[in-house]
Ligand binder design. Structure first.
Ligand code: FAD
Length: 434
């Protein structure tokens, strides 16, 4: 193959193009902006940050910090550019957004192996191709992807509930039970007294919500109802909805609590749980404050907050391999938010892996996966092995990594051990030596 096509010069596409070019393979990078924009982008630069200017935690004490370090060692243009344009932000890696995007644009555009084409792509091209057109993929291409993948191949969601790291739930306060004891006991139940319920409802109603973008408004009302809207509807609305206690009597007392919040297992390893029916538009800080009022969740660690916005993503467990290759076409890769990884850094990380594999294919080499013990590998594994039916986009988090041989109770030490293991496993050919 003469060229590898990369479609979309966002976080994932810029990284993929860079990796391919650095491997000595020619890239044609297609980007539709500025001719055509999305509802969230404002500039014509590559890797525009559509919202926050923070790439989140930078220390090895959190998974996205470990992911950054892995990417640094793998010659990531996104992390290099972020390091070069960082602004003070405590433990986070935040950037001057304009300098950051300008830096990525310059590095990628001036790479001798990269040709940039300012064009909207409306069909899936033939030849080795990485599609990285993001959650706001233009509609014609979105249609083409949907058709290629089969009818349910490209979801559109505007509601997701928060997800919690199970190891941070106070198990003394919750109990395992399915409603009416039907089937295997599958839910963790958080019981509330009347007083707790009233205080919780009040907090929900008065908490601060995130502003809606205009293009999101119409969708908001079609979608399922955010929990704070339900709370405001009436005193009893939640009690007949997601907080219904019937059939959830506490096995320890035999009594029915006034209200119950259920947590549902979210991944095969049962290390993550979501709050059933709690899709929400509350600000992230508010979610933490209000949901930590739930008995058992006082110290809960949220690996992903609830969101309500447009986000097209594929049902990757059915459609992708951990190399980011389509199950249907060896030479077609998908990367970025559209594969169900969530966040700027996660999107770039998937572009890194997809790009490297596209380059390997072009060079006649075998494609590679990354070890599951690495954060980059754990994300690829998660999106291709999660349960397809309830698949939701996922941030990098320690809950995705395989368990340690021995359980370490101290959270700080546990995370440190997981981080060290991740970096020590990063020894494949993918690592650049310099
Ligand atoms: P993008 O960065 O969106 O890149 C896709 C690129 O493809 C764009 O440049 C687009 O112009 C181009 N494109 C689209 N269709 C075509 C086509 N047919 N032909 C050619 N080019 C095309 N994550 C965070 O970590 N922090 C946040 O604060 C945050 N806020 C978000 C706010 C909103 C409104 C949305 C939608 C998402 C947000 N995300 C956030 C999630 C995610 O991290 C970003 O969407 C991120 O930009 C995803 O990277 P990507 O490379 O997959 O897509």
């Amino acid at each position: 193959t003469e060229f590898v096509n990369v479609i979309g010069a966002g976080l994932a596409g810029s990284e993929a193009a860079w990796q391919i070019a650095e491997a000595g393979v020619l890239v044609r990078l297609y980007e539709m902006r500025p001719k055509k924009s999305t509802e969230a982008h404002h500039t014509s630069d590559f890797a525009e940050l559509v919202c926050s200017n923070s790439l989140r935690g930078n220390s090895l004490a959190n998974a996205v910090g470990v992911l950054k370090e892995e990417m640094r060692r793998l010659n990531s243009v996104i992390i290099q550019s972020a390091d070069e344009t960082a602004v003070p932000a405590g433990g986070a890696l935040a950037v001057d957004r304009d300098s950051f995007s300008a830096t990525v644009t310059k590095k990628v555009r001036t790479h001798p192996n990269v040709t940039v084409v300012s064009e909207e792509i409306t069909e899936i091209p033939s030849g080795i191709t990485v599609i990285a057109t993001g959650p706001l993929t233009s509609s014609k291409l979105a249609e083409a992807i949907k058709e290629f993948n089969g009818s349910d191949g490209f979801y559109f969601y505007d509601a997701a509930a928060p997800i919690i790291d199970k190891s941070t739930i106070n198990m003394d306060k919750v109990y395992l039970k399915s409603r009416y004891d039907k089937g295997e006991a599958a839910y963790l139940n958080c019981p509330m007294t009347k007083e707790e319920f009233n205080a919780f409802r009040e907090a929900l109603i008065t908490a601060e919500v995130a502003p809606l973008k205009t293009f999101e408004k119409e969708k908001y009302f079609e979608g399922c109802m955010p929990i704070e809207v339900m709370a405001a509807r009436g005193e009893k609305t939640m009690l007949f909805g997601p907080m219904k206690p019937v059939g959830l009597e506490d096995p320890n007392t035999g009594k029915r609590p006034y209200a119950v919040i259920q947590l549902r297992q979210d991944n095969a390893a049962a290390s993550l749980y979501n709050i059933v029916g709690f899709q929400t538009h509350l600000k992230w800080g508010e979610q933490k404050r209000v949901f930590q009022m739930i008995p058992g969740l006082e110290n809960a660690e949220f690996v992903r907050y609830g969101v309500m916005h447009r986000n097209s993503f594929m049902n990757s467990p059915e459609l992708l391999r951990p190399t980011y290759q389509s199950v249907k076409r060896d030479d077609l890769f998908f990367a970025g938010q559209m594969t169900g990884v969530e966040g700027y850094v996660e999107s770039a990380a998937s572009g890194l892996l997809a790009g490297r594999n596209a380059a390997r294919l072009a060079l006649g080499q075998k494609v590679q996966t990354m070890p599951k013990e690495t954060v980059i590998g754990s994300m690829a594994y998660y999106i291709t092995h999660a349960e397809g039916k309830h698949f939701q986009p996922m941030n990098a988090n320690f809950g995705l990594l395989p368990e340690l041989p021995e359980r370490i109770r101290d959270k700080k030490l546990r995370y440190q051990t997981l981080a060290e293991r991740a970096l020590s496993q990063l020894t494949s050919e993918f690592v650049v030596s310099n």
